[in-house]
Design a protein. Structure first.
Length: 143
């Protein structure tokens, strides 16, 4: 995660098009790796009956980010230089990484292998997966 912020800073501070192009290639590789590993872990950690729902929420958030990020960049580019906008996003990334790394158990979670991570959320937070039933009705549990 820190590597991405470093790449953004290099892009913001360089005038060399070859260095910028190589940093974009590094950024793409880093995003692919972190997204693939993170998404695989989060998907496996959710109990199977809930995976489609959680995946739908993940897609929604990704789509929103994919729209809001470029929209914000466009608004900022009307007033700031391109270098300043890259630097803004680099600093923003640097400010948002530490709180994510301080989430309880995130380091342990990310270091689990695929077998250990299966149903991890269910083991850590069983109350989140208890079936909810309206008062006075009977419902079949999902699990």
């Amino acid at each position: 995660m820190w590597s991405l912020a470093a790449v953004f800073i290099v892009v913001a501070l360089t005038d060399n098009p070859y260095l910028m192009l190589s940093m974009f290639a590094v950024e793409g590789a880093l995003l692919s790796i972190t997204s693939l590993i993170g998404q695989t872990h989060r998907t496996l950690a959710v109990p199977e009956p809930y995976r489609a729902r959680v995946s739908a929420i993940n897609v929604l958030v990704a789509k929103l980010g994919g729209m809001l990020g470029p929209a914000l960049a466009g608004i900022l580019l009307q007033r700031w230089s391109q270098d300043a906008v890259y630097l803004f996003f680099a600093v923003f990334h640097l400010l948002t990484v530490p709180p994510m790394l301080r989430l309880p158990g995130v380091d342990r979670f990310l270091n689990l292998d695929h077998e250990e991570v299966k149903d991890w959320y269910l083991r850590q937070h069983p109350e989140a997966f208890e079936p909810m039933t309206p008062a006075g009705s009977q419902a079949k549990p999902f699990l």
